[in-house]
Design a protein around this ligand. Structure first.
Ligand SMILES: Cc1cc2nc3c(=O)[nH]c(=O)nc-3n(C[C@H](O)[C@H](O)[C@H](O)COP(=O)(O)OP(=O)(O)OC[C@H]3O[C@@H](n4cnc5c(N)ncnc54)[C@H](O)[C@@H]3O)c2cc1C
Length: 320
């Protein structure tokens, strides 16, 4: 039976939904092991939960203190485990960090890489949803250890407890310093109280039409908070410096698949819609009735977002 090594790249908290999704995505293709990047303490804390999700072996660094080079040491550690202990495919999240590791890992393992996968199959092939999710293709790559990055939200997490699952496997590993590159400090991103963007059930997104940075706080965020939603933005908003890059939705940002997406002041460029058009219900507000985003909307409001959003926020708050 083939082995799939799922990379658990979270660093804090309880084991999250994104990790459970990766495990569920890998399971149809063989036996699942996990490689935990966070270090021994977290791996031991998560071992039982990983077992409940169907992970057989949980590999982690036996020595603390080797996590300080991040992607450089992560890459070396994953390669070390796959090469010496768990030869098989590697499954990562389709995120900026996952993509960064995937390409370099595939080169080291002499195998192909498939990115933005939405389903893995028993024969090692993978489904990808391309051209803004208009076409689904099945693709396969060569090599003994193919590498896949799986789109967040594409696969539902599921329980799969098995006897002997979740076996803790500490690995002796000494990182080699990367030539010319060393991370000198690390500041965790400020997450705030809103749901994580790629996992959120409701997303309120704003585009260039929202205008100045202050308007995102005074007009967009109140609606998000009234709905318990995550905030997302377009790339133009990020490029203008009006909202942080971690909230960008689209081709070069996060892919979201919420039950409800509300987009205001967004024109609907393919590079944005490719990251949100699988949302269950799409509601858009734009003052230009010819804006392309109306073509994918379930409900479209032609109007000024500075009138519509505060009125919507007020109405929702009055009904809570
Ligand atoms: C390689 C590449 C990758 C890219 N990746 C991404 C990506 O990942 N994500 C992404 O989003 N973009 C991406 N882009 C950029 C993308 O092409 C568009 O430029 C961008 O999505 C447009 O952002 P916008 O809709 O906010 O701005 P605009 O296109 O300027 O649209 C603003 C909209 O706001 C409306 N509006 C203005 N004022 C109001 C008002 N008061 N009330 C209501 N509506 C109003 C206007 O009618 C207009 O439709 C990428 C581009 C390239 C080349």
């Amino acid at each position: 039976m083939s082995i799939l090594n799922v990379i658990i790249d979270q660093r804090e908290g309880d084991l999250d939904v994104a990790s459970a999704e990766l495990i569920a995505a890998a399971r149809p293709a063989g036996e699942v092991n996990a490689i935990v990047l966070a270090g021994a303490e977290k791996a031991q804390a998560w071992g039982a939960r990983l077992g409940e999700l169907g992970v057989q072996k949980v590999f982690y660094r036996a020595q603390e203190g080797t996590e300080d080079l991040f992607e450089v040491t992560d890459l070396q550690f994953i390669h070390h485990v796959v090469y010496h202990y768990s030869q098989g495919s590697v499954v990562l999240a389709h995120t900026a960090e996952g993509g960064d590791i995937a390409g370099r890992l595939a080169a080291r393992l002499g195998s192909g890489v498939l990115t933005d996968v939405v389903a893995l199959r028993a024969d090692g092939s993978a489904q990808q949803s391309i051209f803004g999710d208009k076409v689904t293709i099945t693709a396969a790559v060569g090599g003994a250890c193919p590498v896949y990055t799986v789109r967040p939200g594409a696969v539902e997490p599921e329980e799969n407890p098995q006897a002997g699952a979740g076996e803790l496997c500490p690995v002796d590993f000494v990182a080699q310093e990367a030539p010319g590159a060393r991370v000198l400090s690390f500041t965790p991103a400020v997450k705030g109280d809103r749901p994580e963007l790629s996992q959120a059930k409701v997303v309120v997104a704003g585009g260039r039409g929202v205008g100045e940075e202050e308007n995102f706080h005074s007009v967009l965020e109140p609606l998000a908070d009234a709905l318990g939603a995550a905030v997302g933005v377009t790339r133009d908003v990020v490029d203008l410096g009006h909202y942080p890059a971690q909230f960008q939705i689209g081709q070069t940002g996060a892919t979201v698949s919420p039950d409800l997406y509300i987009g205001a002041g967004i024109s609907g460029a393919i590079q944005h819609t490719s990251g949100m058009q699988t949302a269950g219900t799409i509601v858009v507000i734009n003052n230009d009735e010819d804006a392309p985003i109306f073509q994918i909307a379930d409900l479209g409001v032609v109007g000024d977002l500075f009138d519509v959003l505060p009125a919507l926020t007020k109405e929702i708050e009055s009904r809570r």
